[in-house]
Design a protein around this ligand. Structure first.
Ligand SMILES: NC(=O)c1ccc[n+]([C@@H]2O[C@H](COP(=O)([O-])OP(=O)(O)OC[C@H]3O[C@@H](n4cnc5c(N)ncnc54)[C@H](OP(=O)(O)O)[C@@H]3O)[C@@H](O)[C@H]2O)c1
Length: 282
């Protein structure tokens, strides 16, 4: 089997590439240099070049959520228009598209965890561009999986665990927001679930995917402090005391009943996944 992978140099893309290669799947790895997804002709020609591949995975995205608030055009060009180019090429060449989206398509006002059919209502420009990509893919393709993920960390990227490790060394006290909820999710875990998608071929559509259990950034930081033997203090604060250019949903919790029942998987608890990541990085 051959799979075309956009965003192979990114945090999620690199772990997907690694895992699928181990499973003897041949990967055509693309980054922004080998194929800029904002270039429609390039995307079309790359996908046409590999007639034997039946699946395209898109991990390419503009992921700087705060910068997207001012760099609006470029965020939309990559997240929405780029996704549209890939969707059009997949449609033309009869390929299945696996595309990643985010909990930031929701406004966070719901009291329960979000299910796949809840209406999105993004509160940041990044969230808008990702939601528009979902709509574009759904209007172009029939063979697609849109997989909403959140709070990712992995070997090949910048993320909360790496930031906290740095901050633990630099500061004797830290203030971390405790009113945003979600699930820290390892890209290594996601790579396994993507492999299950490819092998089990469930019904096309939107799926939520994450490690098991919910937490806040504050509780996540406290857990990391224990692992890294941080001796300083961590104070919980509301998001209002830590203003950022892009608004984040307070409730980003994603219900994963659909994926766990469809694929018959039991995601590993987030703390266990974090420990695996820390141990593998040693
Ligand atoms: N990180 C998170 O916490 C998080 C949360 C929710 C959803 N997601 C979604 O998950 C997916 C993967 O995210 P990630 O964190 O792995 O992203 P990432 O580490 O920032 O990687 C982004 C990838 O996109 C590529 N890229 C950027 N602009 C491109 C362009 N114009 N043409 C082609 N490729 C381009 C980059 O290639 P270069 O290296 O060549 O620039 C890189 O390979 C994205 O769809 C993101 O929206 C992420």
């Amino acid at each position: 089997m051959t799979i075309i992978l956009f965003g192979a140099s990114g945090m999620l893309g690199s772990d997907i590439e690694k895992y699928l290669t181990k499973k003897n799947i041949s990967i055509i790895s693309l980054d922004s240099t080998s194929c800029d997804i904002t270039d429609k002709n390039k995307v079309l020609s790359i996908i046409a070049e590999y007639p034997k591949s039946s699946i395209v995975i898109n991990c390419a995205a503009y992921t700087n959520v705060d910068k997207a608030e001012t760099d609006k055009k470029q965020a939309k060009r990559i997240n929405t228009i780029g996704a549209q180019h890939i969707a059009e090429a997949c449609k033309l060449h009869h390929k299945t598209l696996i595309h990643f989206s985010t909990d930031y398509v929701f406004n966070g006002n719901k009291t329960d965890p979000y299910i796949e059919s809840d209406p999105p209502s993004p509160i940041s420009h990044y969230g808008h561009t990702k939601y528009e990509a979902e709509q574009v893919i759904q209007s172009i393709c029939t063979k697609y999986y849109i997989i909403r993920v959140q709070w990712l960390y992995g070997k090949n990227g910048q993320h909360f665990i790496k930031s906290m490790k740095r901050l633990f060394k630099q500061h004797e006290s830290l203030r971390i927001v405790n009113d945003q909820w979600g699930s820290p999710t390892s890209t290594a875990s996601l790579a396994q679930y993507i492999h299950t998608f490819i092998t089990k071929k469930p019904s096309y559509g939107v799926y939520h995917c994450r490690n098991d259990g919910y937490t806040t950034w504050y509780d996540f930081a406290v857990f990391l402090a224990q692992q890294f033997q941080y001796k300083g203090s961590i104070t919980p604060i509301p998001s209002t005391q830590f203003p950022r250019p892009a608004k984040r949903p307070l409730n980003g919790r994603l219900n994963i009943d659909k994926i766990t029942q469809t694929l018959q998987i039991k995601p590993i608890p987030w703390k266990e996944a974090v420990l695996r990541y820390i141990n593998s990085a040693k």
